[in-house]
Design a protein around this ligand. Structure first.
Ligand code: SF4
Length: 318
């Protein structure tokens, strides 16, 4: 059984006089001790999928149908109090900007201890020891005195380490890392990804890595799900995806990153659709070089083209 399974999730936003669908039958699964990368351009629905898992959606968002199974239980039916124990305690978020998680008015230590106390029934001394252990685990030097620092006294990379320490200290089984290194320079990026990989190996933590950066994905994930305009268009092992991408959008994405294999750097023509834009048929068809008449009329479903490799494209014969 997968530790996390998103099944046929449909979600939209209500305005005064309309309802705009943002996620269409989104399905993917995350295995214990593995990293699944959810990739795609900005606005494709990656973060919205993650926020659905954490039950942190904006007020205007509405899940129309679907299930989110954590250890086999549908967490969409959980009460708010049960969900707040799961969020942070079992499923933790590492955001792009760590200041989203850190309050500038309290020391990092106070915030870490607060999180430990909420999610674990520990005495003050035990919680303090856990906080030190968590700082040691994320390689923040001189943990005891650093706990007394305010967030502004930490560098960007250190802040991100502190947020990861919070996830570690509560024993989270799943870490949702939403563009965790985008705000960091390249050297620190590599250190943070190395740290996340070590945590995954040592604790059998599962990671949902949300990113637009395919270079990051190739080295740091076992599986990949590509999203386009609210739909998953390809789902495969990372190795299969990079050696044999199937969907025209995936191929276009790969051609748009610098690499020796795809030496000529290309851009994808056009723009991803706005949320309010209604597109009949395949949502990628206005930008697809292989668009056929059928693509403008019908929706291609995600289909297993070889074992464990799924793609949603009529070129595969569905
Ligand atoms: Fe392109 Fe048609 Fe495949 Fe969509 S279904 S990706 S438009 S070929």
């Amino acid at each position: 059984m997968s530790i996390l399974e998103v099944k046929n999730l449909n979600l939209g936003f209500a305005s005064e006089d309309n309802f705009y669908q943002a996620l269409f039958d989104v399905s993917f699964s995350l295995e214990k001790g593995q990293t699944l990368a959810l990739v795609g351009e900005s606005g494709c629905g990656k973060t919205m999928s993650a926020m659905s898992i954490l039950n942190l959606l904006p007020k205007t968002a509405k899940i129309v149908s679907g299930e989110i199974l954590y250890n086999g239980e549908n967490i969409l039916t959980k009460k708010a109090s049960e969900m707040s124990k799961i969020r942070g305690g079992k499923i933790a978020l590492i955001p792009q900007d760590p200041m989203t998680s850190l309050n500038p008015l309290y020391t990092v230590g106070e915030q870490l201890l607060e999180v430990i106390k909420i999610h674990k029934n520990l005495s003050g001394k035990e919680a303090f020891n856990q906080a030190i252990e968590a700082f040691d685990a994320v390689q923040i030097p001189d943990a005891k005195s650093r706990l007394n620092n305010y967030p502004h006294e930490f560098s960007g990379g250190m802040k991100q380490r502190a947020v990861i320490a919070m996830a570690l200290a509560t024993g989270a089984e799943i870490i949702i890392a939403d563009e965790p290194t985008t705000a960091l320079d390249v050297t620190i990026q590599a250190q943070i990804m190395k740290l996340l990989n070590e945590i995954k190996q040592n604790n059998q933590t599962s990671i949902l890595l949300i990113t637009h950066d395919l270079a990051l994905v190739s080295e740091n994930s076992q599986n990949i799900a590509v999203m386009y305009a609210g739909r998953i268009v390809e789902h495969a092992s990372t190795q299969t995806f990079f050696s044999n991408p199937n969907h025209p959008y995936s191929k276009a994405l790969l051609k748009s990153i610098p690499s020796s294999e795809y030496s000529k750097l290309e851009t994808i023509k056009g723009q991803p659709p706005a949320l309010s834009q209604i597109i009949e048929g395949c949502r990628f068809h206005p930008r697809c070089d292989y668009c056929m008449e059928k693509c403008r009329l019908d929706i291609p479903l995600l289909k297993e083209i070889i074992p464990n490799h799924y793609s949603a494209c009529f070129l595969n014969g569905n």
